[in-house]
Design a protein around this ligand. Structure first.
Ligand code: ANZ
Length: 869
């Protein structure tokens, strides 16, 4: 039968693989390991879309290839089940998050199996499972014990809609990343993890990993290292310390600016300025940092009435407050150098403050009055005491910095823009923080033998809105005894942000059932680190930075022998779908904050709402596949209509792995047609096929057959190389070309005859197809060719370099019938190319120089005769 019945084939092989537990792996010291991983998903009710498989399918093909290459391949999957998205969805659907998440995870698993993903399901983990979060708590205690966890009262980002604290990373453009509500500030005690202590190592480690440059850049920018100095200004009895990256401009500091939140603001404010200052401070507190520092924003500020003394020249400089200086960065106070900092320049012009340039080109005599903007990084120092005449350079900056330290007026410091990781959430659906608050002993860690602290099942888990976690309303949970003194104590009721769970799950996969440790050192030694990690670029800073941090801490604690968790990282492109939408209504697009910027300029219309709109109101766009946009294409649909293998091949063929792609049904139809063509080819040739082509293939004479043989051996190498380098689309293209070459031989084959080159090609085709279309490949292998064993465990074919070598010819070149040169050239070139090669020969040119070429005669593949006169 030549009909490609993919439904039947795929079901059959999925059952057989499951029965054989084909993808299950154990430690095997006799084999090298390969650990490949995709970001573990948060299971949502929307299920997986074909967009998700833009990531999963190619990595699965890569790992199947690695298995064929002899590696002991670890390819696990699990569920990022805790956290706000799951909780919010459960609240909306009025469900218990635990049961809901389990149900969704089961659906994800079904879908992944439907597309034939080769996961070791014996290692499946769910981060909301006590057997897992036991060890999340254990790692938290380890961090705490190492002085890396801290509870402090902090002005935190507060989302009034989700009713919870947000980490800085969850605030995008002053809004909650999840719900888009403008973020407010609120003072509350919070748990922080001191990731900033690892800043230098988080930076230097980036140089050792094979990650996309863009992601490394994002991490570097996020960490935001800046070298500079702290300089002390004296205001009466008070010292105001500023952070500056340019201590060399100190002679040009003509005023100071404090953040409105700076602790000295009240003290420094003189009575006649009290009202203005108080009003300004109140207003600034309502703005998000990002808005306060928006470029080009009109500068605002108020004078405190006080002055400070510039430590290098004793000048009295006025002290202002302004919201462009942020609290929480540097010291929250700056020395303003309007001549060389544009923000300070704008401020000085607005409030008529003096501008003194300290860098000029030699011979120049610029004054503050004549300047129209700040100048940066150029010229030589003037007005700067002993440093006059030094040209601007990093060395000059350091020199001034060192001098300040000698003078006792300052010291060199390095600042980082990123903050410590705000871990606590006042929400139910997360890992309980294993701490007990004792009136006597403070925050006491829960003893290890009392872990895990179980999340209690509750009826009502909605955020309380008071800022306290819903856990605080459960007396049986809250009331406990102090592990030190046995006195009455309260349990910590905050839970951990979801990023805690994802900061170490990749380690757990090495040893997922360990009940006495997060993982054994033996398992860690064999399986870790992750060799290739694949996921979306949107996790560049949060997950990928936190995971690196925890790994480094575990390394420092002697639990791991490496300190970078992901040796190679690759980001897949997004899949977009052509989506009907409309302009948002005014109330949908106007925000409540100062900027009044529209949030979106287009919103998707769900299919069921389409009839409500007139055609002229509908605007189509390519939008990310998402449930909210109503534009999801499911793998269930494509597997039923075209097959799992076609879906897989489509995901790989459609575009380069990293690129954004537009979903197209034509594309998947094309992949289906290709696989059907392969199926037909093998169906036609399988009868009479034997592995004894090996004996016959050495003495081929037919040019087409020889060419096919060469193509076969070239393709084996090409596809291996493409897969190693995540060039999935070109590898599928290579397969297609190769199959075309096979059909050429088939079509030229006299009836009833066999071609050894074709038999060889067919066997290799099936092997190489296995990573891409594993169901079809196993079917053709076992049923078509009558061979045995799953291809997942079969060796990748060998290429013979001699056969693969491109064929060459010796081109004889004559001038007027006399042989003048013999040139080695690639076989198969057309006449025009051969002519060109001949005419370029230096030896030939000696005989044609200055003469007219009357004719050139080409004998294909052999000879060129040039007739001159
Ligand atoms: C004087 C000066 C002169 C500055 C000059 C710059 C150029 P990065 O690179 O981001 O670290 N600054 C310091 N703390 C600040 C805060 N809390 N809020 C707003 N601005 C702050 O930038 C450091 C520079 O930003 C510092 O160097 C300071 O201005 C300002 F020609 O000091 B500079």
């Amino acid at each position: 039968d030549e009909r490609y019945n993919f439904n039947e084939i795929e079901k059959k092989w999925q059952d057989r693989w499951a029965e054989a537990n084909l993808y299950h792996v154990e430690i095997d010291p006799s084999k090298p390991k390969y650990y490949g991983l995709e970001f573990f998903p948060y299971p949502s009710g929307a299920g997986l879309s074909v967009g998700h498989f833009k990531n999963y399918a190619p990595n699965d093909a890569f790992l199947r290839y690695k298995s064929m290459r002899g590696f002991n391949v670890l390819h696990p999957m699990g569920w990022d089940a805790f956290g706000m998205p799951a909780e919010n969805e459960a609240i909306n659907k009025k469900r218990q998050p635990s049961t809901m998440v389990r149900e969704y995870a089961a659906n994800y698993k079904r879908q992944l199996n439907l597309i034939g993903m080769g996961y070791d399901w014996d290692r499946e983990i769910n981060s909301s499972d006590p057997a897992y979060y036991h060890w999340t708590q254990w790692i938290f205690l380890m961090l705490n014990q190492r002085g890396l966890a801290e509870r402090k009262n902090a002005n935190i980002n507060w989302c009034p809609f989700d009713k919870t604290a947000l980490a800085n990373e969850e605030v995008v453009n002053g809004r909650c990343q999840r719900c888009g509500t403008p973020v407010e500030k609120k003072a509350m005690p919070q748990w922080y993890l001191k990731i900033t202590e690892y800043a230098e190592r988080l930076l230097s480690g980036l140089d050792t990993v094979d990650w996309p440059e863009g992601i490394k850049m994002q991490q570097r920018n996020w960490i935001g290292r800046s070298e500079g100095a702290e300089v002390d200004f004296q205001a009466g009895e008070h010292t105001i310390t500023v952070f500056t990256t340019r201590p060399d401009t100190l002679w040009g500091a003509t005023f100071m600016v404090l953040a409105p939140e700076h602790p000295l603001v009240e003290t420094l404010t003189t009575p006649e300025h009290t009202d203005d200052i108080a009003a300004y401070v109140a207003r600034a507190g309502r703005l998000a940092d990002i808005d306060r520092q928006a470029e080009g924003r009109e500068k605002t500020g108020v004078f405190t009435g006080s002055y400070a003394s510039n430590p290098v020249n004793g000048e009295q400089v006025p002290i202002w407050i302004a919201d462009y200086v942020l609290t929480g960065y540097g010291t929250g106070a700056i020395m303003a150098v309007p001549a060389h900092d544009q923000r300070d320049f704008d401020f000085a012009r607005k409030f008529d403050l003096p501008i003194i340039p300290v860098y000029q080109q030699p011979g120049e005599a610029i004054t503050g009055e004549s300047m129209t903007q700040a100048t940066t990084d150029q010229g030589v120092l003037t007005n700067s005491g002993a440093f006059n005449g030094l040209a601007y350079s990093k060395a000059t900056v350091r020199q001034v910095s060192a001098w300040l330290e000698q003078q006792g007026k300052g010291k060199p410091v390095v600042n980082y823009r990123f903050r410590d990781w705000l871990l606590s959430r006042q929400r139910y659906w997360g890992v309980p923080i294993p701490i007990i608050h004792c009136p006597e002993h403070g925050a006491v860690p829960v003893p290890e033998d009392q872990l895990p602290v179980l999340l209690p099942p509750v009826e009502n888990y909605q955020p309380s809105g008071t800022g306290e976690s819903p856990l605080a309303t459960i007396p049986e949970f809250v009331n406990t005894v102090c592990p030190i003194c046995g006195g009455a104590a309260r349990r910590e009721t905050d839970t951990m942000a979801g990023f805690a769970c994802s900061s170490w799950y990749f380690l757990r996969f090495a040893d997922p059932h360990n009940g006495s440790a997060p993982f054994s050192s033996e398992a860690a030694k064999y399986w870790l680190p992750v060799d290739t990690y694949v996921g979306g670029a949107e996790h560049a800073v949060m997950h990928l930075l936190y995971a690196r941090f925890w790994t480094k801490v575990l390394y420092d604690a002697g639990k791991l022998e490496f300190d970078e968790p992901f040796t190679r990282l690759r980001n897949q492109g997004m899949m977009l779908a052509y989506t009907p939408g409309r302009k948002p209504e005014l109330d949908e697009r106007t925000s409540e904050d100062s900027s009044d910027e529209p949030i979106e300029d287009w919103v998707a219309i769900k299919p069921e709402d389409l009839p409500k709109y007139k055609p002229e109101e509908i605007v189509y766009r390519w939008a990310k596949m998402s449930k909210s946009a109503g534009n999801v294409v499911t793998p269930d649909e494509t597997a039923a209509k075209y097959g799992a293998d076609s879906t897989r091949v489509y995901e790989m063929f459609i575009a380069p792995f990293e690129e954004t792609v537009q979903w197209s049904e034509d594309g998947i139809r094309g992949s289906f047609k290709f696989l059907a063509r392969v199926y037909r080819l093998v169906a036609q040739q399988s009868e009479g096929w034997t592995p004894d082509w090996r004996a016959r293939v050495g003495d081929l004479t037919d040019a087409k057959e020889k060419a096919l043989r060469r193509k076969t051996h070239q393709t084996i190498v090409k596809i291996a190389d493409d897969l190693e380098n995540f060039r999935f689309n070109t590898s599928v293209a290579g397969l297609m070309e190769w199959v075309n070459a096979m059909y050429e031989v088939v079509n030229a084959l006299p009836a009833g005859e066999r071609s050894a080159a074709l038999d060889e090609a067919i066997e290799n085709l099936i092997l190489i197809l296995a990573p891409f279309a594993p169901h079809l490949a196993d079917e053709l292998w076992q049923v078509g060719l009558g061979q045995s064993g799953f291809l997942y465990k079969h060796a990748w074919p060998e290429s013979d370099p001699e056969v693969a070598k491109a064929d060459e010819i010796t081109l004889v070149v004559q001038v007027n019938g006399k042989v003048r040169d013999k040139i080695t050239a690639p076989a198969g070139l057309d006449n025009e190319s051969l002519k060109a090669i001949a005419l370029e020969s230096e030896r030939v040119q000696e005989h044609t120089h200055g003469k007219t070429i009357r004719n050139v005669i080409v004998v294909p593949g052999k000879l060129v005769n040039i007739v001159v006169g």
